[in-house]
Write a protein that binds this ligand. Sequence first.
Ligand SMILES: OC[C@H]1O[C@H](O[C@H]2O[C@H](CO)[C@@H](O)[C@H](O)[C@H]2O)[C@H](O)[C@@H](O)[C@@H]1O
Length: 609
Amino acid sequence: MTQRIEDYALIGDLQTAALVGMNGSIDWLCLPRFDSAACFASLLGNKENGHWSLAPRGASRCTSRRYVGESLVLESLWETRSGTVKVTDFMPQRDVAPDVVRIVEGVSGSVEMSATLRLRFDYGSIVPWVRRTDGQRVAVAGPDSVWLRSISRARPVGGELAPNEKPLVKTWGQEFSTCSSFTVGAGEKVAFVLTWHPSHLPRPDLVDPFEALEHSKADWEEWAGLCTYKGPYREAVVRSLLTLKALSYAPTGGIVAAPTTSLPEELGGVRNWDYRYCWLRDSALVLNALLSAGYVDEARAWRDWLLRAVAGDPSDLQIMYGVAGERRLPETELPWLSGYAGSRPVRTGNEAVQQLQLDVYGEVIDSLYVAREVGLAGQPHAWDLQLALLGFLESKWREPDEGLWEVRGPRQHFVHSKVMAWVAADRAVKTLEADPSLRGDVNRWRTMRDEVHREVCEKGFDPVRNTFTQAYGSTELDAATLLIPRFGFLPPEDPRVVGTVDAVRAELGGDGLVHRYSTESSSVDGLPGGEGTFLVCSFWLADALLMTGRREEATELFERLLALCNDVGLLAEEYDPAIGRQLGNFPQAFSHIGLVGTALALAEEDEAG
Ligand SMILES: OC[C@H]1O[C@H](O[C@H]2O[C@H](CO)[C@@H](O)[C@H](O)[C@H]2O)[C@H](O)[C@@H](O)[C@@H]1O
């Protein structure tokens, strides 16, 4: 595909999401859930793998676009020689069936529009059987059916328009696609509604696109209005929060790491992973970000999702689950897709599900601790769960693991994993100290906390270079060690913290941003090739600079990162400064969590004087 990753904008309905390009093409859409097979997969291949384009005839890129207010309703403006049109794209919050609505509105003059709907089920591999019924087009293949309907509406502009003057949408089949053409004048509107439905069920109820638009705007605006953050960079913060909300799966409270799979971490490379699942780590951090902006309902929904997902023996805890808590996420490759910019393989599922990542215990226990601190009423079994997780961690923390970066090389004693084991024990101690009525032996967790601390400082710190290392006995560095002061493992003014911040910046820096670790040798992650700078790590660097008293540098870095957001405020996982492009899955929760965290930290510092 020729579109850059940052040329896409996100629309979604809290169960799945679509990517709309600046060229007017929806190139990614999985129905009915985030992790369902895509029916538009040209993002990871070519036009034949499914897309839905809608643009003025002959135009290749919209003039400008924006989200309407604080919503996920996308408005693209197309100025052409003959006139101007506005295209509004959104997914109404779901009643039963998922819909994608596209409304074309004439702004001035008269514009000839053309549209091509090429549905290819099962990630671009299955051409459906398309027929016309009840004035609609329906595409059917196996379990899937998709209905397409167009509705025209003329609005009087300086005079009455007779019904037969409504824009006429001509639709025809061509090359196993549905094509349309029509002309819109000022004030006229043409809406398309695409609806997915299980193919064995009768035709779904139809939504009114114009009413749905008003509801969608109102729903998103109402949600955004609950944000308690009023400080600087509010617009970027709210956009990030809306994006995080859009990554949550409303029926269960699960939160996906990103709505895409296999957007590459290196153009043409193999680091292409499926992020349409709920990582405990990513979700716990999303939760903290939402809580910090006043969103307690989401925290409750995720806490309840967590309790259901991890129910059972703590030794069976997985580092990620499906959106409804599914445990099997087998990794496979889709050989028929050529990959984004030729980056193969395209994968679905994620083998990292099998890994031991000790940090997740710390992240989960910390987020439940934060939730309790901000007043989320505890559930009796939430504390039982934490005790079970702590018991398991107590028996495991001395073992090597795959760490938060999910390396596919050999297990190591990752410093960040151990620090997060310390966090788990520390939060248990604090919880029991605050509420002695809770079941548990506070001294047991104090002992564990002290032992982990001692070991990390002895084995994970290089006194010669004055920095924490990536793993015990390793000479590699890791940007995750920037989190040491944030989680309270050491105070920010500790010389070992300051030394680590400087060393990470010097050795992992890339044009002012940071890589998560060095990929020069594949011995760490077991993968060939390299990757871009990691955006959440760059936000962590800004946080660490702020905490260590370098406010000006922190602000400068934060503003640099803000400038990397695309035109509608979205960030992928990584950024390659050499080619000036976003890389990796998009939009990624991690990056937006980073943005919210740093903005709020800067504001807090301001307030503190
Ligand atoms: O780099 C190799 C690994 O990359 C992915 O993991 C990354 O994304 C996760 C979801 O945001 C995040 O939790 C993790 O910290 C990141 O390293 C991929 O999912 C892995 O399969 C892969 O081994």
